[in-house]
Design a binder for this molecule. Structure first.
Ligand code: SF4
Length: 315
């Protein structure tokens, strides 16, 4: 991981008339319980989004700014909804959303799902793995099965080749934390040897606005280093029931800025969310949730290409 003096603090983001990223909690159930995720402690209602709400969200993005990146997962595993989720992804791509990114632990991916996922037109899939050894994986991702995930990554890669598809781009994520820090290099080398066209993304463990302990590099940042939060300035999150919190780190819904059952994305974005963005831009980061949060500085990922003919590391 980079040292503290290499940290790229959150950049001033350009003004967005409409969110550049929309994260949609298609479902708030998960098949795993992971040490770096507060999902198991949700006290807000759990459930699945209606298809009607999903299509209204997609339609507004398609009409106003199809370049907005759509993330169809938040505090839940989207493959819990398989095979239904593949229809949702197809709809988004059919409506012209340019970049749809699915985050998954991939434990539930069956071979026949791989074809549906590729044919949906999904642009990329980020697979949370975070370990090189079976023991470490099991310690971090209770109930998970690393061998099953490795096979699923292979199915996906083979299916892309069979269907002559360049999508979805495969990204394997390693969140660095005390439990796995010793395995970072082994994780990289294992996948570099696998001969699969994919990317590795190495990222510090986030703190979810106080929901879990953040990587200590983030938690040691001083208030004087604080910058406006990029997540707040560019993105909107929608819970499965249409409620809109201030950002994706508000995992348990402590804040509420709107309800997409009654309002449009644009209306919510230009309402009280605009006032909060203005506060951050003026240097006022004093909202209750932001006070507990270091994730505003979390722009620290590095990416490593694997498997391509000219595979090369870039940091
Ligand atoms: S600093 Fe505030 S707006 Fe930014 S991620 Fe943390 S809680 Fe959300």
């Amino acid at each position: 991981m980079p040292s503290l003096d290499q940290i790229q603090l959150a950049q001033d983001a350009p003004y967005h008339e409409f969110p550049a990223d929309v994260t949609v909690e298609t479902v708030s159930e998960c098949n795993l319980s992971c040490v770096m995720c507060p999902q198991g402690r949700l006290t807000r209602p759990r459930g699945r989004m209606s298809y009607d709400l999903w299509t209204r969200i997609v339609d507004e993005i398609a009409e106003i700014n199809p370049g907005t990146r759509l993330w169809p997962a938040h505090m839940g595993e989207p493959l819990v909804m398989a095979p239904e989720i593949f229809r949702w992804l197809r709809y988004a791509k059919h409506r012209g959303i340019e970049r749809v990114t699915l985050a998954s632990n991939l434990n539930l991916l069956r071979p026949d799902h791989a074809e549906s996922l590729v044919l949906s037109g999904l642009d990329e899939i980020i697979v949370g793995i975070d370990a090189a050894s079976v023991d470490c994986y099991r310690e971090i991702r209770t109930d998970g099965n690393l061998e099953r995930v490795r096979r699923a990554v292979t199915y996906l890669a083979e299916t892309k080749v069979r269907l002559a598809s360049t999508t979805p781009r495969l990204v394997l994520q390693f969140l660095v934390m005390d439990e796995n820090a010793a395995e970072e290099q082994a994780f990289i080398e294992t996948w570099q040897r696998a001969g699969i066209d994919l990317e590795l993304q190495i990222t510090p463990r986030l703190g979810w606005a106080g929901g879990v302990p953040a990587w200590r590099g983030l938690s040691s940042l001083q208030g004087s280093q604080r910058k406006p939060c990029h997540t707040l300035l560019s993105g909107m999150t929608v819970f499965w029931n249409g409620l809109v919190p201030q950002c994706d780190r508000d995992w348990n819904g402590r804040t509420r800025h709107g309800n997409l059952n009654r309002q449009s994305i644009h209306e919510v974005w230009q309402g009280s969310m605009a006032q909060l963005r203005s506060r951050h831009l003026r240097g006022d980061h004093g909202s209750a949730l932001c006070c507990d949060c270091q994730d505003w500085a979390a722009d620290l990922s590095r990416t490593i290409r694997c498997g391509a003919p000219a595979a090369a590391a870039n940091v």
